[in-house]
Each structure stands twice: as structure tokens, then as C-alpha cells.
Design a protein around this ligand. Sequence first.
Ligand code: 5GP
Length: 186
Amino acid sequence: MLIGPGGAGKGTLADELVAADPTLWLSRSWTTRPPRPGERERNAYEFVDRATFEDAVARGEFFEWAEFLGHLMGTPIPQPPEGADVLLEIDVQGAEQVLAKRPDAIVILLLPPSAEAQAARLAARGDDEEHIRRRVEKGRHEVERGRQVATATVVNDDLRQALGELAAIVARTRTAPPRAANPEDT
Ligand code: 5GP
């Protein structure tokens, strides 16, 4: 899982990671949030209305879901291709739910290099000032709670360097013995 405050660069790095590694599969989330410019074209999310999302919750179709700044965000039960590892780009509430089901999952906390860089990245993607203020404030909480569940922390100052660090963590995870047994497997 890749977690971190808005403006840390999670989306870009998740896309780059899977582009460079065909055995890593990025889950596509559902959201009730309206699309930002270009997101529909990029298939960034499955954009649905609240009733459609809630119906899917009732049918048990989500692996995890959470409310984030008034919008519902959720991971459909992952269906990766045979042999691929699953990458989730989610918030800390979602990461906690996933860890409850899969204690062996790896959580990487991605941090922006500074509050200024974070605000600039949020502004560049078209968020208005009030939303940026709320995202920065919410981001502090994401980092605080994120540090408690993170297996590793990566600072996204230079994109290539951060990508290299993430790829190294993925490689280490694949060769390391399991961190914890999944209670459902025993
Ligand atoms: P954004 O509005 O920036 O796209 O996403 C807001 C927050 O929701 C981010 O922290 C993002 O990682 C998180 N998020 C995106 N998809 C999911 C999901 O499927 N589940 C959960 N719990 N959070 C998600």
C-alpha cells in the first residue's frame, strides 16, 4: 500500500511503479468525488454516484472503503492477473482496514519534501484554495496516523530517486520471509 498526504505524489509514483514492473498490479478505486481535469481520460478512478457506491458496499464488493473529506473512496475486491502483486494507493483509514485482513501487507508512507512543495502540487492539479487548506490540514493527520502503520517511509523530493526507493522496497518485500502470518490462512 502507498499512503501519504495529498500532494505527496502517490498517484504519479504508483503509475510509474506499475509501468516499470509488469508483475505489479495497481487497483483502480471507486470514488464519489467529482473528477479533476484530465482524470476521466486517465481512468484515474471509477467515478460513481453515492447510491451506486453504497449499493456496492451493501453487496460486499469492496475490499476496503472509507470516507475522505466528504467523499467515499473504495477498493473493489482485487482481481490481479495470475502471479502479480497488488498495489493500493489509499488513505490511512483504508490501510488500517487492509492490515486487519492482511497483517503481512507492506505500507509505504510517502511524504512531500516540504509543506510548500505539497501546497504547490495540490494547486497545480486544479484544487481550489479552500480544498488545498483542508487537504494540508488533513495531511498532518494522515502523516501522524500513517507513521504508526508504515513499514517504510519515502520522501518524494526527486521523483526518480523516490521511484528507485519504492522499487527497492518492493524487491526487498518479495525476497523477504513473510512478516506475519495471515490468521485466515491458519
Ligand atoms: P484524491 O482526492 O486525492 O484522489 O484522494 C483522496 C484520498 O483518498 C487520498 O489519500 C487517496 O490515497 C485516497 N484513496 C484513493 N482511493 C482510495 C480507496 O480506494 N480507498 C481509500 N480508503 N482511500 C483511497
